[in-house]
Design a binder for this molecule. Sequence first.
Ligand SMILES: [Zn+2]
Length: 220
Amino acid sequence: MFIGHYAPATLGAATGRIKLWQAFVGAQLVDYGWSGLTLAGIEKARIIPDFTEASALDLYHMPYTHSLGMAIIWAVVSAMIFGLFFRNQATAGAIVFGLVVLSHWFMDLIVHIPDLPLWFGTDKYGFGLWNNRAVSFSLEVGIFVVAILYYLKNTIPNGKKNRIWPIILISFAVGLQVFSNYGPPPNSISEMNISALFIYTVFALLAYMVDKSRTHKGRI
Ligand SMILES: [Zn+2]
């Protein structure tokens, strides 16, 4: 999954307990790890054109980042680190951040073919929505936009000019989702890894601009 990961993240940020940029980093934290570990040759993937309708990635070995057990460990450890760095956001902030990190595995479960193990060497799971490009694309865009609208409902812009940032964020996200599902397959896995690291970071920066441009009506 790609921009659909930002839906639970945005709902997390809509609570007012964590910033949108923090939530965006959290939602893709295990994919940051996946990109790094795959570049290092520890996790393994290959490109098979038309592997599924929506993705050409055969993700055949990624237990360190995409097993359920490790996803839970990533969530707990990152929540603890978050709590240390952002003490002013209290335990509630750290818990919301951890839940956003954990949401990654469950969102991937919807679209991946069975490539998500529960633990090292176990059976793998995935509902395979990537086999239907139109449906998986609509789902990702749909949940992302609905979550952003909910976030916007819970916040107010700091002046008229600042209304532009959510529009830029949505346009960027939908454009990249189109490219991801309908564009050509990546040239290589390492190119895919490096562009993922770059794109996730641009998403976090855009989310930071949305944070700066809006004020929460209150905490949930
Ligand atoms: Zn993933």
